[in-house]
Design a protein around this ligand. Structure first.
Ligand SMILES: Nc1ncnc2c1ncn2[C@@H]1O[C@H](COP(=O)(O)OP(=O)(O)OP(=O)(O)O)[C@@H](O)[C@H]1O
Length: 262
């Protein structure tokens, strides 16, 4: 598979002089087209900083980010982001259809094409019948599905997700995880998802990148060899899942113990 995202020798520092804080150290990795990669790391390790660098919202102190071979400088047109806080990312004065259509308006697409994409994306996430509703008339899980539909409607080369299911209840979280895996596989989307939830990273991903505590660096790059069809109960009970989850947990714990000892 061709490479979609290439992060090379990335370093990022906040502040200057005595107040300098190294948030990311020497990060290098790639994500292949059609892959769902999860980044898991402890709280405060630098995950959001990394996503901001990839999304062109922050210029890294050193290193490069390339999206399908083009160096990222500024927010790439063909990149979409889904954030944790759906209630702040949807416009309350626009209908569901209006929210999904919003980013397409700047694309000079004919109106009929925009409408067709809105319908299609809402169908993908099972919300075809909510077009005329407003976000505040929907449950939290449904609102996050609207955010996912909005991101997918623009057919991004890369979908970045920053703790996208952290603000919903456990049952809805399972539903949204399954929805993401289904849509990602059906559409062949390339997804990079950040989470601090070890189980979620293993359940969702084709591949898990484990980050150290701050400054973020990669401590392991694990292939998830679970079957493509996953089930919230059977998969999580399987020996392969339990072994991988243990491996990720041990890697994170080892880094934290080493950090405390320093
Ligand atoms: N604008 C900023 N100025 C100074 N320091 C910052 C800034 N943004 C983040 N940091 C610091 O960089 C480090 C990484 O922060 P970041 O938000 O990327 O971590 P995170 O892994 O996303 O955290 P969380 O899991 O809590 O969301 C933290 O120590 C944080 O305090």
């Amino acid at each position: 598979m061709p490479t979609m995202l290439e992060v090379s020798d990335l370093n990022h520092r906040f502040g200057t002089g005595e107040n300098v804080h190294l948030a990311i150290r020497d990060l290098t990795f790639t994500v292949e087209t059609g892959q769902l990669a999860c980044i898991v790391g402890p709280s405060g390790c630098g995950k959001s900083t990394l996503l901001r660098c990839i999304g062109g919202l922050l210029t890294p102190s050193e290193g490069t980010v390339k999206l399908h071979g083009d160096q990222v400088s500024g927010v790439p047109e063909d990149l979409a982001v889904v954030f944790q806080d759906y209630s702040r990312s949807l416009f309350p004065w626009l209908t569901v259809a209006g929210n999904v259509e919003f980013p397409l308006r700047s694309r000079r697409l004919p109106r009929a094409e925009r409408r067709a994409r809105v319908r299609e994306a809402l169908d993908w996430v099972g919300l075809g019948d909510t077009q005329r509703k407003f976000p505040w008339q929907l449950s939290g899980g449904m609102q996050q599905r609207v955010s996912i539909a909005r991101a997918l409607a623009s057919r991004p080369a890369l979908l970045l997700m920053d703790e996208p299911f952290a603000s919903v209840d456990a049952q809805t979280r399972f539903e949204l995880e399954d929805l993401l895996r289904r849509v990602q596989r059906e559409q062949g989307s390339t997804v990079l998802l950040v989470t601090h939830d070890i189980d979620e990273s293993v359940y969702l991903a084709d591949r898990v990148l484990v980050l150290s505590s701050s400054p973020a660096s990669i401590v392991a790059d694990l292939t998830v060899d679970l079957p493509g069809e996953r089930d919230q109960i059977a998969t999580r009970e399987s020996a392969e899942f339990v072994a991988l989850r243990g491996e990720v947990a041990r890697l994170l714990q080892k880094r934290e113990v080493a950090q405390e000892a320093n």
